[in-house]
Design a protein around this ligand. Structure first.
Ligand code: NAP
Length: 275
């Protein structure tokens, strides 16, 4: 039995909560803390978990304590529960999903020796399709990382990385959903330009994105025989055909360069915000 404390029952806190309960975690093993009693009442009603307006109640005896508040208040929240974490009999693993909050900063406000884990999730977690990358601090052992990975895997995929890679991860998966939204939006506009009604163009573009993503995900799941994005594209590009004509136009307009530059800009901004 793993006791889980969640501080901050907002978007990410609720997404985690719903994934955990849906995948079989006993709601009585989860305590959620939030400032709003109304919000807590709702979460209690939806998921049957224990709730409190005191962050310290979520921290008490938690094996995994997940801080899901906004980045500007994340360290203050850890500081406010530090004594409770210190008094816990189990070595509480302190987890933060706050963008830009480093492992070193977390360690500086928690009791010495606390295993800390920093997670970079993304918004598809809200529909159980998240991608989370997690990195551990000085006291975080492999078993701690695997436990936290298993928690985040309940709402999508979760991988263990080094903290030095978190800014690059932000550029790929953290901000990644927005790139796909933008590409889809551009396809809708182009469809309208070709004469399709907007509603129809949107249905076609979104459904195509969903299908393409499902094929790529199936490839990822089948390590031995699965097709990656390169194979999948090759298979739909017949010699001299329509898809090849479209690909040529995209390449001539610098699609790859645009992504290299965009993701470098994202990584640079992530480094800047972390300072
Ligand atoms: N949403 C995303 O796509 C995404 C992606 C990657 C990372 N993240 C990270 O996830 C974290 C949470 O984001 P979110 O979108 O879930 O935010 P959110 O919806 O605002 O949820 C945060 C919740 O925590 C509550 N809270 C604030 N201070 C508290 C305290 N001292 N004790 C207990 N509860 C407190 C807030 O209450 P109030 O509303 O009263 O302040 C709110 O209900 C952020 O650090 C963000 O960087 C989010």
């Amino acid at each position: 039995m793993t006791r889980i404390g969640i501080i901050g029952g907002g978007n990410i806190g609720e997404a985690l909560l719903s994934g955990l309960v849906a995948k079989g975690t006993d709601p009585s093993d989860i305590t959620v803390a939030d400032r709003s009693e109304q919000r807590l009442g709702l979460l209690e009603q939806r998921y049957g978990v224990k709730t409190s307006v005191e962050a310290t109640d979520a921290a008490e005896d938690a094996d995994v304590l997940i801080n899901c508040v906004k980045p500007d208040v994340a360290l203050g929240v850890f500081e406010s529960v530090s004594d409770v974490v210190d008094a816990n009999s189990s070595a509480t693993i302190a987890v933060s999903v706050a963008a830009g909050v480093t492992l070193e900063a977390m360690e500086s406000v928690l009791p010495a020796g606390t295993p800390v884990v920093r997670v970079m999730p993304n918004t598809p977690m809200l529909v159980g399709k998240g991608t989370s990358a997690l990195a551990g601090g000085r006291a975080a052992e492999q078993s701690h990382l695997e436990l936290v990975r298993d928690v985040f895997a309940k709402v999508g995929r979760a991988v263990i990385v080094k903290e030095k890679d978190i800014d690059a991860v932000t550029a790929v998966s953290g901000s990644g959903p927005a790139y796909f939204f933008l590409v889809t939006e551009a396809m809708v506009d182009a469809g309208v330009n070709l004469g399709l009604p907007r509603v129809l163009a949107e249905e076609l573009a979104v459904s195509t994105a969903e299908g393409a993503a499902a094929m790529m995900a199936a490839g990822l799941d089948d390590e031995e025989n699965g097709d990656g994005p390169v194979d999948l594209r090759a298979k739909v590009s017949s010699p001299g055909g329509t898809t090849s004509a479209a690909t040529r136009a995209l390449e001539e307009n610098g699609i790859r360069t645009a992504f290299f530059r965009a993701m470098q800009a994202c990584k640079d901004r992530s480094i800047e915000l972390g300072k």
